[in-house]
Write a protein of this length. Sequence first.
Length: 135
Amino acid sequence: SDNVRILVMSEDKSFVNRFISFCSTIDTSISIIGSESWIDISELNIETLMKLNVHLPLSNYFDYNLLRDQYLLRKFEYKFYHKMNKNSYLSFKSILHFCSDISQFSFANLIPGDGYVNTDVNMSFYHDYKLIPVK
């Protein structure tokens, strides 16, 4: 059977909830590409997102399953007595990028005359109740 791929640009919580709920009733293979903001919609059922093969583009993704990221988390909490969250992780990476020789982001000028944007975005999908980066 053919796999239906759907790109959903909406970040509207109500629309996304209704759309995902509707798609879960369809009896065909579906892949949905959504928005990073969907992570914060607590009403979305992870099992449904896995079934629908939902993919999300994530910038500055922190993978709690990688030993490298676990090590950073422990060191950060030990040194700063603060539990790292996504804002402190982004701040930490920003300081490394702009105040040292350790590059953390990839910037590109997509529209001539406009500023630069971070193009360091990775696609991730739900598997075993976790977001996993696509290799």
